[in-house]
Design a protein around this ligand. Structure first.
Ligand code: NCD
Ligand code: ZN
Ligand code: ZN
Ligand code: ZN
Length: 399
């Protein structure tokens, strides 16, 4: 099978260039000005082709919590949002804290229509399993209370994990941000701060000059909502870390501008409507389908550039997690591509979402700029509202 995407503007090394993209099987084999004969041709006139987004932080709830989401529905939501690769968190049931459970999740993930990587979790005594886990983006450490019971607080245990042979991704809030830097400094690992949400935390990530690589993720909910929105959203706006003030939000946008922020991860964390309406509602909101439209809409409002969106959502995740052959449109790279229509204006509608939970805090927001086609490994997975259920595969780490 070969595929030609012609007449579009292609995002190449920071510029939009009129080129045709020729795809054979799962790879981009030619980026050219001439017309190449192909089995199938896509006319992308007036459209832009960008490297597929990599969402470093999702919860697809599979196995064990599949009444909220599963690898098929979660990945369909991702594809509809222009995301071609996701990294799934370990707080599923049972939690991914040993090799056998990792293997079970690998089986569950075969349903995924986008590429995936699977985090490894940790508890007080699984260090030997952590060290043996292979092809994982990082070990996820939970230092504050959130969904699941992988919380760790003991400094001795934490030190062993932070100095293990794995890259560290962490849920750390408030004082725990600085605590992480003290811990990571004892070894030579890098650290990835998930969903940083306040000015203080963002400043704290930069508070030390250490040799370890320090990366910062922010999430769309903290960029586009504040705690004022809780009046309307109630439990549907409750997540960890919680929504913050306007001035915190401003600091996150400034961090994007000045390069402090490295990635945007949706923290797609679906829970059912019934669960959210209960008195003891769980924390978390879905986000895969709205990430790119929110950012493109923000681009129209001059809050962010297309280059910055691609840097944060495609290039940096590929580089930080060392994902092989992804994140860029290049000959020889995987054909993971998102075609966007910058002029398309559309409302977010709960009833049109692919996520199993069928709701979004951004319901009824009118947004300008949407993905219209998502190509994963050379296959058209999302095409103007429709999904083709073709399985993708696990990514390879360590390029
Ligand atoms: C996440 C979940 O539900 O799994 N919840 C959330 O509020 N963000 C867990 C997490 O990322 O902390
Ligand atoms: Zn978290
Ligand atoms: Zn940095
Ligand atoms: Zn999360």
């Amino acid at each position: 099978m070969s595929l030609l995407i012609k007449n579009g503007k292609v995002y190449l090394e920071g510029n939009l260039v009129s080129k045709n993209i020729f795809i054979e099987k799962d790879k981009i084999t030619k980026i050219t000005s001439s017309e190449v004969k192909a089995d199938k041709v896509i006319d992308a006139s007036n459209k832009i082709i960008i490297p597929g987004l990599i969402d470093p932080h999702v919860h697809f709830r599979d196995p064990g919590l599949t009444h909220k989401e599963d690898f098929l529905t979660g990945s369909m939501a991702a594809a509809a949002g222009g995301i071609t690769t996701i990294q799934d968190m370990p707080n599923t049931l049972p939690p991914v804290n040993n090799l056998q459970v990792l293997d079970e999740k690998r089986k569950a993930a075969r349903k995924s229509v986008v590429n995936y990587g699977l985090y490894f979790g940790c508890d007080a005594d699984n260090l030997s399993e952590i060290e043996k886990a292979s092809n994982v983006p990082a070990v996820k450490v939970y230092m504050d209370h959130t969904t699941g019971n992988l919380l760790l607080n003991d400094n001795q245990v934490l030190e062993k994990i932070f100095t293990s042979n794995k890259f560290i991704a962490v849920h750390a809030e408030k004082k725990n941000v600085k605590r992480c830097l003290d811990l990571i400094e004892k070894g030579d690992n890098g650290i990835y701060f998930c969903h940083i949400s306040s000015k203080q935390e963002l400043d704290d990530t930069q508070s030390k000059s250490i040799e370890n690589n320090v990366y910062v993720e922010v999430s769309p909910q903290h960029l586009f909502l504040t705690k004022d929105d809780l009046n309307n959203l109630e439990a549907f706006g409750e997540m960890k870390p919680s929504l913050k003030t306007k001035s915190d939000q401003k600091a996150l946008w400034k961090g994007i501008k000045d390069g402090t922020v490295d990635t945007i991860g949706t923290d797609h964390a679906p829970h059912t409507k019934e669960e959210k309406l209960a008195i003891n509602y769980p924390f978390g909101i879905p986000g895969c389908e709205t990430l790119l439209p929110l950012l493109l809409n923000a681009m129209h409002e001059n809050k962010i550039t297309l280059n910055k969106i691609i840097e944060l959502c495609s290039e940096n995740p590929a580089n930080i997690f060392k994902i092989k052959n992804k994140g860029f449109i290049k000959e020889g790279y995987d054909a993971d591509l998102t075609i966007i229509d910058l002029d398309l204006e559309k409302e977010v509608k709960n009833e049109e979402l692919f996520t199993k939970c069928s709701w979004s805090p951004f319901n009824s927001w009118n947004l300008k700029g949407w993905p219209i086609m998502t190509i994963v490994l050379g296959e058209i997975i999302f095409d103007n509202g429709k999904i083709n259920k073709i399985s993708a595969r696990e990514v390879e780490y360590g390029k």
